[in-house]
Design a protein around this ligand. Structure first.
Ligand code: CTP
Ligand code: MG
Length: 230
């Protein structure tokens, strides 16, 4: 099976609150989206890459990725899962059912190439797929229903993991899972949750916890620091 890459970049970065979507903010003068794309495309033998963009995107023409012939774009959707499904459909003619699709957030430029390689190696023979994840380090509380919520319980964090990306799934299984989950109206915050909803259980592959998603302004400074360590 071949490897395909999808990097959803159709979000507007509401929580970042910047003038432009966060994937088009710059770290060391490069767009975050370019850092993410070049890091991944240079590290694994992808057959191609699809990047869903917002219908009103005006920044893509200024990217470095624009001139990489392996990278194509399509129009994304109103939710992340819709953007990923749009990208999968845009790859339909080129891909086979058993091919692998890796989905990675545009807003995660700090992904380590060793983790990417480890994910691919660990999952390549698996029938379903898997995802990078990191054991939870925080103490987690479940809140009660009150207006000023009181602690109802402390979760046992042993066995709890934080889902990261890339997430890697068989092409047909992922298309079917996303379609079914969106049809059913279940919340799909990552590919794995859709696949789980379809009754298939992905593999957890431990990845570095510094593979952060840039969400709020403080994450930008953190990502800058992490990238400086490489
Ligand atoms: N994304 C997408 N299509 C959407 C929403 C999100 O392709 N309709 C992408 C984002 O561009 C980002 C990734 O999915 O690379 C993770 O989503 P998130 O961190 O939530 O980004 P935004 O939706 O842009 O941010 P916010 O939720 O703060 O608006
Ligand atoms: Mg979002």
């Amino acid at each position: 099976p071949r490897l395909w890459l999808i990097v959803p970049a159709a979000g507007i970065g509401q929580r970042m609150g910047a003038e432009q979507p966060k994937q088009y903010l710059r770290i060391d003068e490069r767009f975050i989206l370019d850092i993410t794309l070049s890091r991944l495309m240079d590290s694994a033998p992808f057959a191609g890459c699809m990047v869903p963009l917002h219908p009103a995107d005006r920044w893509w023409p200024d990217t470095e990725a624009r001139s990489d012939s392996r990278i194509q774009t399509c129009t994304g959707g109103s939710e992340r899962a819709c953007s990923v499904l749009a990208a999968l459909r845009a790859l339909a003619e080129q891909s086979d059912d058993q091919d692998w699709v890796l989905v990675h957030d545009a807003a995660r430029p700090c992904v380590h190439t060793a983790d990417l390689a480890n994910l691919i190696d660990s999952v390549y023979e698996h029938p379903v797929g898997g995802l990078l994840a990191s054991p939870v380090a925080d103490t987690l509380k479940r809140a009660g229903a009150g207006e000023l919520p009181e602690v109802e319980s402390t979760l046992d964090r042993r066995g709890l993991w934080r889902a990261l990306t890339p997430q890697m799934f068989r092409y047909r299984l992922l298309v079917d899972a996303l379609e079914a989950a969106l049809d059913a109206g279940v919340e799909v915050t990552d590919e794995s949750s859709a696949v789980e909803f379809s009754g298939n259980m992905p593999v957890l592959v431990e990845g570095r916890p510094d593979n952060i998603k840039i969400t709020v302004p403080a994450d930008l400074a953190l990502a800058n620091f992490i990238l400086g360590q490489f």
